[in-house]
Design a protein around this ligand. Sequence first.
Ligand code: G
Ligand code: MN
Length: 272
Amino acid sequence: MSEQQQSRRHQDEQQFGTSELQLALHRGEFEPYYQPIVGPAGYWRGAEILIRWRHPQHGLLSPAAFLPPLEGAQLLVKATQHMLARVAQHWRRCCAPEDGPFFISFNTSRAHLHSSALPDDCRDFLDALGDSALDLMVEMPERGSDLSMPDCAAVFQQLELAGVAVALDDFGVGDARLHQFASGQIACVKIDQSFVREIGTNPSYRRLIAKIVQFARGFDAYVTAEGVESAAQYRWLRRLGVKLFQGYLFDRPLPASTFFERLPLMREPQLA
Ligand code: G
Ligand code: MN
Protein backbone atom coordinates (compact mmCIF):
# COMPACT_ATOMS: atom_id res chain seq x y z
CA MET A 1 0.00 0.00 0.00
CA SER A 2 1.39 3.43 -0.88
CA GLU A 3 2.07 6.01 1.82
CA GLN A 4 -0.85 8.03 0.49
CA GLN A 5 -3.29 5.09 0.52
CA GLN A 6 -2.12 4.17 4.00
CA SER A 7 -2.72 7.72 5.19
CA ARG A 8 -6.15 7.84 3.61
CA ARG A 9 -7.12 4.53 5.19
CA HIS A 10 -6.07 5.74 8.59
CA GLN A 11 -7.81 9.03 8.11
CA ASP A 12 -11.01 7.19 7.22
CA GLU A 13 -10.79 4.67 10.00
CA GLN A 14 -9.23 6.68 12.77
CA GLN A 15 -10.36 9.66 14.61
CA PHE A 16 -7.56 10.13 17.04
CA GLY A 17 -8.91 11.74 20.19
CA THR A 18 -7.17 14.40 22.22
CA SER A 19 -6.33 12.08 25.10
CA GLU A 20 -4.82 9.47 22.76
CA LEU A 21 -2.71 12.16 21.09
CA GLN A 22 -1.63 13.55 24.44
CA LEU A 23 -0.64 10.12 25.62
CA ALA A 24 1.33 9.52 22.42
CA LEU A 25 3.20 12.77 22.96
CA HIS A 26 3.87 11.88 26.56
CA ARG A 27 5.18 8.45 25.55
CA GLY A 28 7.45 9.91 22.89
CA GLU A 29 5.75 8.09 20.02
CA PHE A 30 6.25 10.97 17.56
CA GLU A 31 9.69 10.84 16.01
CA PRO A 32 11.67 12.86 13.51
CA TYR A 33 12.57 11.34 10.17
CA TYR A 34 15.30 13.04 8.15
CA GLN A 35 15.11 13.57 4.39
CA PRO A 36 18.53 14.60 3.04
CA ILE A 37 18.84 17.73 0.88
CA VAL A 38 21.74 17.48 -1.54
CA GLY A 39 23.93 19.91 -3.48
CA PRO A 40 24.86 19.82 -7.19
CA ALA A 41 27.53 17.16 -6.59
CA GLY A 42 25.16 14.89 -4.68
CA TYR A 43 26.60 15.43 -1.18
CA TRP A 44 24.25 16.05 1.70
CA ARG A 45 24.05 19.73 2.65
CA GLY A 46 21.11 19.56 5.01
CA ALA A 47 17.96 17.67 5.90
CA GLU A 48 14.27 18.32 6.34
CA ILE A 49 12.64 16.99 9.48
CA LEU A 50 9.45 15.06 8.78
CA ILE A 51 7.32 13.87 11.66
CA ARG A 52 6.20 10.24 11.97
CA TRP A 53 4.05 8.53 14.58
CA ARG A 54 5.24 5.13 15.70
CA HIS A 55 1.82 3.94 16.77
CA PRO A 56 1.79 0.94 19.11
CA GLN A 57 -1.05 -0.76 17.15
CA HIS A 58 -0.97 0.72 13.65
CA GLY A 59 2.77 0.90 13.07
CA LEU A 60 4.50 3.85 11.46
CA LEU A 61 2.02 6.54 10.44
CA SER A 62 2.75 9.38 8.05
CA PRO A 63 1.62 12.95 8.76
CA ALA A 64 -1.53 12.99 6.63
CA ALA A 65 -3.01 10.42 9.03
CA PHE A 66 -2.49 12.42 12.20
CA LEU A 67 -1.62 16.07 11.49
CA PRO A 68 -5.25 17.20 11.10
CA PRO A 69 -6.36 15.72 14.46
CA LEU A 70 -3.15 16.94 16.09
CA GLU A 71 -3.85 20.42 14.79
CA GLY A 72 -7.54 20.15 15.82
CA ALA A 73 -6.50 19.20 19.35
CA GLN A 74 -4.10 22.17 19.37
CA LEU A 75 -1.20 19.87 19.98
CA LEU A 76 0.75 20.45 16.78
CA VAL A 77 3.00 23.16 18.24
CA LYS A 78 3.81 20.86 21.14
CA ALA A 79 4.60 18.01 18.75
CA THR A 80 6.93 20.30 16.77
CA GLN A 81 8.68 21.37 19.97
CA HIS A 82 9.07 17.73 20.89
CA MET A 83 10.54 17.00 17.42
CA LEU A 84 13.07 19.81 17.76
CA ALA A 85 14.16 18.55 21.18
CA ARG A 86 14.69 15.05 19.74
CA VAL A 87 16.70 16.40 16.80
CA ALA A 88 18.95 18.46 19.10
CA GLN A 89 19.49 15.36 21.22
CA HIS A 90 20.44 13.28 18.15
CA TRP A 91 22.75 15.98 16.93
CA ARG A 92 24.59 16.45 20.20
CA ARG A 93 25.18 12.74 20.38
CA CYS A 94 26.30 12.19 16.78
CA CYS A 95 28.04 15.30 15.49
CA ALA A 96 31.03 17.40 16.40
CA PRO A 97 31.67 21.14 15.84
CA GLU A 98 34.46 20.41 13.33
CA ASP A 99 32.14 18.44 11.05
CA GLY A 100 31.45 21.55 8.97
CA PRO A 101 28.29 23.34 7.87
CA PHE A 102 24.97 21.52 7.70
CA PHE A 103 21.41 22.74 7.98
CA ILE A 104 18.22 21.36 9.42
CA SER A 105 14.88 22.64 8.24
CA PHE A 106 11.59 21.95 9.91
CA ASN A 107 7.97 22.56 8.98
CA THR A 108 6.14 25.04 11.05
CA SER A 109 2.38 25.39 11.26
CA ARG A 110 -0.02 28.24 11.09
CA ALA A 111 -0.62 28.11 14.85
CA HIS A 112 3.11 28.16 15.55
CA LEU A 113 3.68 31.07 13.20
CA HIS A 114 0.95 33.11 14.84
CA SER A 115 2.06 32.28 18.38
CA SER A 116 4.96 34.11 19.94
CA ALA A 117 6.70 30.80 20.69
CA LEU A 118 8.40 30.19 17.34
CA PRO A 119 11.54 32.35 17.78
CA ASP A 120 11.96 31.12 21.37
CA ASP A 121 11.65 27.52 20.24
CA CYS A 122 14.33 28.12 17.61
CA ARG A 123 16.63 29.70 20.16
CA ASP A 124 16.05 26.80 22.57
CA PHE A 125 16.90 24.39 19.78
CA LEU A 126 20.15 26.17 18.92
CA ASP A 127 21.08 26.41 22.62
CA ALA A 128 20.38 22.72 23.12
CA LEU A 129 22.89 21.85 20.38
CA GLY A 130 25.75 22.89 22.59
CA ASP A 131 28.91 23.10 20.51
CA SER A 132 27.72 21.11 17.52
CA ALA A 133 27.36 23.52 14.62
CA LEU A 134 24.09 23.46 12.74
CA ASP A 135 22.16 26.04 10.79
CA LEU A 136 18.43 26.18 11.30
CA MET A 137 15.77 26.89 8.71
CA VAL A 138 12.05 27.25 9.23
CA GLU A 139 9.78 26.16 6.38
CA MET A 140 6.72 28.37 6.24
CA PRO A 141 3.50 26.40 6.04
CA GLU A 142 1.83 25.96 2.73
CA ARG A 143 -1.55 27.53 3.33
CA GLY A 144 -3.25 30.07 5.53
CA SER A 145 0.02 31.76 6.24
CA ASP A 146 0.28 34.79 4.01
CA LEU A 147 0.85 37.03 6.99
CA SER A 148 -0.09 40.65 6.86
CA MET A 149 2.81 42.98 6.23
CA PRO A 150 3.38 44.11 9.86
CA ASP A 151 2.99 40.57 11.30
CA CYS A 152 5.31 39.23 8.69
CA ALA A 153 7.99 41.81 9.37
CA ALA A 154 7.80 41.14 13.13
CA VAL A 155 8.13 37.36 12.81
CA PHE A 156 10.99 37.64 10.34
CA GLN A 157 12.84 40.14 12.45
CA GLN A 158 12.71 37.86 15.46
CA LEU A 159 13.81 34.85 13.45
CA GLU A 160 16.65 36.84 11.97
CA LEU A 161 17.77 37.92 15.44
CA ALA A 162 17.73 34.27 16.46
CA GLY A 163 19.92 33.47 13.43
CA VAL A 164 17.26 31.38 11.71
CA ALA A 165 16.70 31.29 7.94
CA VAL A 166 13.22 31.14 6.40
CA ALA A 167 12.09 29.01 3.45
CA LEU A 168 8.80 29.16 1.60
CA ASP A 169 7.57 25.57 1.33
CA ASP A 170 5.60 24.07 -1.58
CA PHE A 171 6.10 27.29 -3.49
CA GLY A 172 3.51 27.84 -6.18
CA VAL A 173 0.67 25.69 -4.88
CA GLY A 174 -0.45 27.46 -1.71
CA ASP A 175 -0.91 31.12 -0.96
CA ALA A 176 1.28 33.42 -3.00
CA ARG A 177 2.94 34.78 0.17
CA LEU A 178 4.31 37.73 -1.71
CA HIS A 179 4.31 39.89 1.44
CA GLN A 180 6.85 37.48 2.76
CA PHE A 181 9.00 38.05 -0.29
CA ALA A 182 8.63 41.77 -0.14
CA SER A 183 9.62 41.78 3.54
CA GLY A 184 12.92 40.27 2.46
CA GLN A 185 14.76 37.68 4.51
CA ILE A 186 13.43 34.74 2.52
CA ALA A 187 16.54 32.60 2.21
CA CYS A 188 15.04 29.78 0.21
CA VAL A 189 12.14 28.92 -2.06
CA LYS A 190 11.16 25.26 -2.21
CA ILE A 191 9.64 24.49 -5.59
CA ASP A 192 6.69 22.20 -5.14
CA GLN A 193 7.07 18.61 -6.26
CA SER A 194 3.97 18.83 -8.48
CA PHE A 195 5.93 21.25 -10.72
CA VAL A 196 9.10 19.16 -10.72
CA ARG A 197 7.08 16.10 -11.77
CA GLU A 198 6.14 17.85 -15.04
CA ILE A 199 9.68 18.75 -16.14
CA GLY A 200 10.02 15.88 -18.62
CA THR A 201 6.56 16.15 -20.14
CA ASN A 202 5.30 19.70 -20.05
CA PRO A 203 7.23 22.66 -21.51
CA SER A 204 4.94 25.15 -19.73
CA TYR A 205 6.14 23.83 -16.40
CA ARG A 206 9.75 24.08 -17.52
CA ARG A 207 9.08 27.74 -18.32
CA LEU A 208 7.31 28.20 -15.01
CA ILE A 209 10.18 26.70 -13.01
CA ALA A 210 12.71 28.83 -14.91
CA LYS A 211 10.67 31.94 -14.00
CA ILE A 212 10.44 30.92 -10.33
CA VAL A 213 14.21 30.49 -10.20
CA GLN A 214 14.67 33.91 -11.79
CA PHE A 215 12.12 35.43 -9.40
CA ALA A 216 13.86 33.93 -6.35
CA ARG A 217 17.22 35.18 -7.58
CA GLY A 218 15.77 38.68 -7.83
CA PHE A 219 15.19 38.53 -4.08
CA ASP A 220 18.56 36.92 -3.29
CA ALA A 221 16.86 33.67 -2.33
CA TYR A 222 18.11 30.30 -3.50
CA VAL A 223 15.95 27.47 -4.70
CA THR A 224 15.46 23.92 -3.47
CA ALA A 225 13.71 21.57 -5.87
CA GLU A 226 11.41 19.15 -4.05
CA GLY A 227 10.33 15.73 -5.27
CA VAL A 228 13.28 15.09 -7.61
CA GLU A 229 12.75 11.52 -8.75
CA SER A 230 14.77 11.15 -11.96
CA ALA A 231 18.32 11.84 -13.11
CA ALA A 232 16.90 13.82 -16.06
CA GLN A 233 15.00 16.19 -13.73
CA TYR A 234 18.17 16.59 -11.62
CA ARG A 235 20.28 17.39 -14.70
CA TRP A 236 17.79 19.89 -16.08
CA LEU A 237 17.43 21.69 -12.73
CA ARG A 238 21.19 21.84 -12.25
CA ARG A 239 21.60 23.42 -15.68
CA LEU A 240 19.05 26.03 -14.64
CA GLY A 241 21.25 26.92 -11.67
CA VAL A 242 19.26 25.22 -8.90
CA LYS A 243 21.63 24.45 -6.04
CA LEU A 244 19.69 22.23 -3.66
CA PHE A 245 17.66 19.09 -4.33
CA GLN A 246 15.41 16.83 -2.31
CA GLY A 247 13.62 13.72 -3.47
CA TYR A 248 13.45 9.98 -3.88
CA LEU A 249 16.26 10.04 -6.48
CA PHE A 250 18.56 10.67 -3.52
CA ASP A 251 16.80 9.44 -0.40
CA ARG A 252 13.41 8.94 1.17
CA PRO A 253 12.87 10.34 4.65
CA LEU A 254 15.15 8.21 6.85
CA PRO A 255 14.84 7.14 10.47
CA ALA A 256 17.46 8.74 12.71
CA SER A 257 19.52 5.53 12.99
CA THR A 258 19.98 5.25 9.19
CA PHE A 259 20.46 8.98 8.70
CA PHE A 260 23.22 9.32 11.28
CA GLU A 261 24.92 6.13 10.13
CA ARG A 262 25.20 7.50 6.59
CA LEU A 263 25.80 11.17 7.42
CA PRO A 264 29.61 10.95 7.83
CA LEU A 265 29.93 9.33 4.37
CA MET A 266 27.50 11.64 2.60
CA ARG A 267 28.52 15.07 3.87
CA GLU A 268 30.50 17.31 1.59
CA PRO A 269 34.21 16.77 2.33
CA GLN A 270 35.76 19.75 4.11
CA LEU A 271 38.43 21.67 2.27
CA ALA A 272 41.61 21.64 4.38
O1 G B 1 5.24 19.73 2.17
P1 G B 1 6.61 19.21 2.36
O2 G B 1 7.62 19.71 1.40
O3 G B 1 7.10 19.34 3.78
O4 G B 1 6.46 17.66 2.08
C1 G B 1 7.48 16.79 1.94
C2 G B 1 6.76 15.48 1.62
O5 G B 1 7.10 15.05 0.30
C3 G B 1 7.15 14.37 2.56
O6 G B 1 6.00 13.70 2.99
C4 G B 1 8.02 13.45 1.73
O7 G B 1 7.89 12.12 2.12
C5 G B 1 7.48 13.69 0.32
N1 G B 1 8.51 13.52 -0.69
C6 G B 1 9.80 13.84 -0.57
N2 G B 1 10.49 13.57 -1.71
C7 G B 1 9.59 13.06 -2.58
C8 G B 1 9.69 12.58 -3.94
O8 G B 1 10.74 12.55 -4.57
N3 G B 1 8.52 12.17 -4.52
C9 G B 1 7.33 12.19 -3.87
N4 G B 1 6.26 11.75 -4.52
N5 G B 1 7.21 12.61 -2.59
C10 G B 1 8.33 13.04 -1.94
MN1 MN C 1 8.58 21.02 3.98
